[in-house]
Design a protein around this ligand. Structure first.
Ligand code: HPA
Length: 276
C-alpha cells in the first residue's frame, strides 16, 4: 500500500469513526441524540456545521418523518457539542448493532457524555402533552441485546450526577421537568390499553420506541448517560383519543422552545459533570 492509499476498513463502526474524523468531528465532550420532532435543538448551536448522514460512511439513515438525518457540530455556551438530528429505530428493521453504531463511534472519538431524547407517551393522566421528563431508569421491552457478552453490566445506565445537570438546567430555564421510568417497546404500533395497564403496574411513567439500546451501549462504552422524554400524548387507554405520528410531531413542535431552553441551560452543567 502506498502512503496515500487508505486501507479498506470493513468494520462499520471503524468506518464511521474514520468518516467522523475526516469531517472534523473530534475533540467533543458531549453528544445529543434528538428524537421525533425534537430536531430544533440543533438549530440553536453556534458556529454550527451540518453533515448529512449520507456523507458519513457507515451512518444508518432513518426513513421516519421528523428525523432530518444530519449530524450538527457546534457550540453552546462555549462548549463543543455533536448533535444527532434523527436516529434509526429497531422497528424500521435496523439491528441493535446498527441502531447503536453512532453511539459506539461517539465513544471512539472521545465523547464523554450522551443525552438521549425521545418522544414518548405519558402514563399519568395529569401529564399534559408537552410535559418533559428526565429519564431516571428504563424498562427494556424491546427484546434487543446491543451489548457484547463481555459488556454484561448491572444497574441502570443513567448516571445520577450527569442527569442532575438536566435538573439544574431546568431550574435555571424555569422549565418544569418531571422524572420517571421510560419503557422502551419495539413498535412501530402504539400500545394497546392492556399493555399500558401492564406498564403502569410495572412502574413505567413514559413509553416509547427508542433510547434503551443506545443508553445501554453508551454506558457500556464508558460514557455518562442521561435522557429526556418529551411526552407528546397520553398513552393508549389513558386518553380516549386515538394516537398518531402526526400528533406526536405536532406536540414536539409545541414543546420546542421549552425543550431547547432546558438543554441550552443544562449544557454547562453537563460539561462540568463529564469533566469530573
Ligand atoms: N407510545 C409509544 N411511543 C410513542 C408514543 C406512545 O404513546 N408517543 C410517542 N412515541
Amino acid at each position: 500500500m502506498t502512503k496515500n492509499q487508505s486501507p479498506i476498513v470493513a468494520d462499520p463502526i471503524e468506518r464511521l469513526v474514520r468518516s467522523l474524523k475526516q469531517h472534523g468531528v473530534d475533540g467533543v465532550d458531549l453528544a445529543f441524540v434528538l428524537g421525533s420532532g425534537l430536531g430544533v435543538f440543533a438549530d440553536r448551536l453556534e458556529k454550527a456545521r451540518a453533515i448529512p448522514y449520507a456523507e458519513l460512511d457507515g451512518m444508518p439513515r432513518s426513513a421516519v418523518p421528523g428525523h432530518a438525518g444530519r449530524l450538527v457540530v457546534g457550540e453552546i455556551a462555549g462548549k463543543r457539542l455533536v448533535v444527532q438530528q434523527g436516529r434509526v429505530h429497531l422497528y424500521e428493521g435496523w439491528s441493535e448493532r446498527e441502531v447503536t453504531r453512532a453511539i459506539r463511534a461517539f465513544a471512539a472519538i472521545g465523547v464523554k457524555g450522551v443525552v438521549l431524547t425521545n418522544a414518548a407517551g405519558g402514563l399519568h393522566a395529569e401529564w399534559k402533552p408537552g410535559t418533559l421528563m428526565r429519564v431516571t431508569d428504563h424498562i427494556n421491552q424491546q427484546g434487543a441485546a446491543p451489548l457484547l457478552p463481555r459488556e454484561r453490566g448491572s444497574g441502570t445506565p443513567y448516571d445520577a450526577e450527569f442527569g442532575a445537570a438536566l435538573t439544574k438546567g431546568a431550574k435555571e430555564a424555569r422549565v418544569p421537568l418531571e422524572a420517571g421510568v421510560y419503557a422502551g417497546l419495539l413498535g412501530p404500533t402504539y400500545e394497546t390499553p392492556a399493555e399500558i395497564r401492564m406498564l403502569r403496574w410495572a412502574g413505567a411513567d413514559a413509553v416509547g420506541m427508542s433510547t434503551v439500546a443506545e443508553a445501554m451501549t453508551a454506558r457500556a462504552a464508558g460514557m455518562k448517560v442521561a435522557a429526556v422524554s418529551c411526552i407528546t400524548n397520553l398513552a393508549a387507554g389513558i386518553s380516549k383519543e386515538p394516537l398518531s405520528h402526526a400528533e406526536v410531531m405536532a406536540a414536539g413542535k409545541a414543546v420546542a422552545t421549552r425543550f431547547c431552553k432546558l438543554l441550552e441551560k443544562s449544557v454547562p452543567h453537563l460539561a462540568d459533570a463529564v469533566a469530573r
